[in-house]
Write a new protein. Sequence first.
Lengths: 259, 163
Amino acid sequence: MRTSICSSLFKYGLGLFLIALGWELASLWFRSSLVLPSLSEVFAAFFGLLNDPSLWMHLSSTFFKAFFGLFLALAIGLPLGVLIGLSAFFSQLLLPALVLLKSMPIISWLTSILILWGIGWKAPVFIVLVTLLPIVIYHAANGIKTVDKQLLELVKLNNLPFRKAFSGIYLPSIVPFIVSSVEISIGTMWKTVVAAEFLAGEKGIGVQIAWNKYYVQTPVVFAYTLFVIIIGLGLEILLNAFFSSPFMRRWRGLWSTSY
Amino acid sequence: MEHVVLKGIHKAFGRLRVLDGIDLVVERQHAVALLGPSGCGKTTLIRMVAGLEKPDRGEIATLPGGVSFAFQEPRLIPWKTVRENLTFFLPEPKIDSSFLDAFELTEILDAYPHQLSGGLKQKVNIGRALLLNPTFDRFWRKREKIRKNNAETRMKSLKILDF
């Protein structure tokens, strides 16, 4: 067990080392910190940012937009997904809109939302919302469609009121699907909000990347990118820890095979 | 008194004719067993009595609220405890403790289905079906009343003997 952990850590470390080596070699090849700065320049910029008080303001702004977008996606997407899962009529009615939403590039929204709201927090929140909405809707709808038919027969047999059936049978059945949609959404949300800020934000990490790009401060651009990656990984680790907690394990399909 | 009456029941699944003019009368307080080879339509017939399948032709009459159904497989709700499984479909989540004692369910009320053996799951399944049957509920209350009265009478007799 211990040997296997050491072996995994060694391989992980080796992987990181190879990335660093590749980066340094590429940086030497380009011979320009404007194109690809060396790792030492990126880390110098990174630690410089840590001492910059405005960094935390930008980080909190990005966090707010990302999680507000996710909250809206869940608030709108879950009921819609449930409706699609329950009713064939709504499923067919909303399918074209869903396909459209899923395939539409982010930049196609930009003109309209910039005219409507201008540069600010609303546009990134909206972009996060429209990006996550199809994910949440599909998961919720699939969750409803896969509710155990044998349990639904029990509902029918006992003429259970829909409200009680929904809270007692449907909702617990879709919890693993909701959890899964949140897991996928968090990763997507973080990348999307930075891109949306880059295009239409007023403050935030994405805006900082945009400004530093204009001033050709490539090491700072990569330093901010490093922040984005670290926070994205951190969120993923936190989420994994939460979802593998005993409380969430109980909700995540402990029952799915054992009855 | 007739509890379940089936008249001229026909049922086919596609080209497969499963039931072909079945007549059956089950009298009240009678036990009836349906016997036959696999696939001859026993389950289909019982599912029709429970209202889970509709006959292609024929009539089914049952005493109002007189039918409850225990599936072959336990079909317990996995995320609910035994107590919740027993009460979930009841209008009021109350179970007579004498019923639980008689069915030996008191000890496992807080267990989840995955913690139970196959036999215990089946016991909960049958217990749930009985609790959902108003006829059985009336019968149990009456039984308990008689038992209580007998006990009270015995206590009175003992008191008389004390004096």
